[in-house]
Design a protein around this ligand. Structure first.
Ligand code: ADP
Ligand code: MG
Length: 397
């Protein structure tokens, strides 16, 4: 699908995205820079992506008329969050190329299937997931209580719809496990052994329709209260042997899925007695990811550029990072003063620091924990990036 092309009926080449959040917004920006028109399907009238797109189809994600309109407008379609109904992607795929496809999004939407996939490619990827058990029924709960003491202390996670640490309860005993399962509504869950994490990292991979794969170097991520807070993206952010293993594993996971588009694979670094620790694969996101936002400012092609290239069947260039970077997430808390009152942050001190790149998502209401934007810091070397990041973090409170 050639950027900037116009068909016989006078329609410009248009790319579509299901979902109107910040990932959709940055996708739209990348597509528009190449000359594509864009269409966003999103029920929220004020969404970050809907605000900036040529077309905003304001319906539910599974609305047949909305989906039909999206397919009519667009030559290819992607998604910006994994909890879109896989059925919607399937419907769109009947008439248009959809990347990533419904089947792989379905796997990533469900921790049970996701872990089964990781386990199936562990031989090739060289990395397995944390020890776990599936709990979908009372009988399975009882069996785990009786026979899987090895998984305690552990984390009970809902199989579906979890994000940013939501839908998870930490449990120490068999009794707590039963209570937690009830609290989560008795829905399908996995109980995962609590591992001694020394770090977390993620790898962004892009795979084209022709099977070509490119990837970014692994980012090291720091979470606070289950939400990504800081991403460290520079040489030396983690031991090289682990970084290489994570990158290889992410590529083989994408290959094994027959994935098309940008995929983010998250890993734990676990203290296993070895000098650098061991790698464990945690989860994957079938889309660009918060931990890859630094690529907008620190790389010659961003994760959003690669999503555009992959879905449109354009060549996938191997990205090159031209600057070390640290990304700070800006949650709504930055907008709230000590007593919970809304107060517009004064960005001037932060923007006067060298190498700061402020990205705000156009969300009209700040809420605690809500992702409002991010700040990427680039610079000539790692030491100066770290210094500026520390100063910026101090200014943002
Ligand atoms: P989400 O879908 O909310 O991102 P994750 O499974 O990634 O859920 O869990 C959120 C965070 O909780 C992780 O980034 C990690 O810090 C912590 N965590 C999750 N699983 C484990 C585990 N098995 N052992 C230790 N910490 C964990
Ligand atoms: Mg996660």
């Amino acid at each position: 699908i050639f950027p900037g092309s116009i068909d016989a009926a006078g329609q410009p080449a248009t790319l579509g995205v299901l979902g109107g959040g910040q990932l959709g917004r940055m996708f739209v920006h990348a597509a528009q820079r190449l000359g594509y028109f864009t269409a966003v399907l999103e029920p929220d009238p004020q969404s970050p992506a809907g605000q900036v797109s040529h077309h905003h189809i304001q319906t539910d994600y599974d609305d047949p008329a909305g989906l039909r309109q999206l397919a009519q407008l667009c030559q290819a379609i992607t998604t910006e969050f994994e909890n879109v109904p896989a059925q919607a992607l399937q419907t769109l795929a009947l008439t248009r190329p959809v990347a990533p496809g419904a089947a792989v999004v379905g796997i990533a939407q469900n921790r049970i299937e996701e872990k089964a996939h990781f386990t199936a490619c562990a031989d090739v990827s060289g990395v397995s997931c944390a020890p776990y058990a599936v709990i979908e029924t009372r009988a399975q709960l009882q069996a785990v209580q009786e026979k899987r003491a090895d998984l305690l202390p552990g984390i009970l996670k809902t199989a579906r719809m979890g994000y940013d640490g939501k839908g998870q309860i930490r449990v120490k005993t068999a009794g707590e496990l039963a209570a937690a399962w009830a609290e989560l509504g008795g829905v399908a869950c996995v109980l995962e052994k609590m591992l001694p994490l020394t770090a977390e990292c993620s790898v962004l991979v892009a795979r084209g329709w022709d099977g070509r794969v490119v990837s970014f170097a692994p980012q090291r991520n720091v979470h606070v209260d289950g939400i990504l807070a800081v991403t460290h993206a520079y040489e030396g952010n983690m031991p090289l042997d682990l970084a290489n293993s994570a990158r290889d594993a992410a590529v083989s996971i994408a290959q094994h899925l027959g994935y098309v588009g940008v995929l983010c694979v998250e890993f734990f670094v676990v203290d296993d007695g070895s000098p650098h620790g061991g790698l464990v694969v945690n989860e994957m996101a079938p889309r660009p990811h918060n931990s890859g936002h630094y690529t907008l400012d620190a790389c010659d092609v961003s994760q959003f550029d690669l999503q555009v290239h992959a879905m449109a069947g354009l060549p996938l260039p191997q990205p090159r990072q031209h600057s070390p970077a640290i990304m700070l997430n800006l949650l709504g808390d930055v907008w709230l003063d000590g007593s919970g009152q809304l107060q517009e942050p004064d960005w001037r001190p932060v923007l006067s620091l060298p190498g700061t790149h402020l990205h705000l998502y156009g969300k009209l209401r700040a809420l605690a924990g809500r992702k409002m934007g991010h700040l990427t810091i680039t610079g000539p070397d790692v030491a100066s990036v770290k210094t500026v990041a520390r100063r910026a973090a101090g200014l943002l409170g």
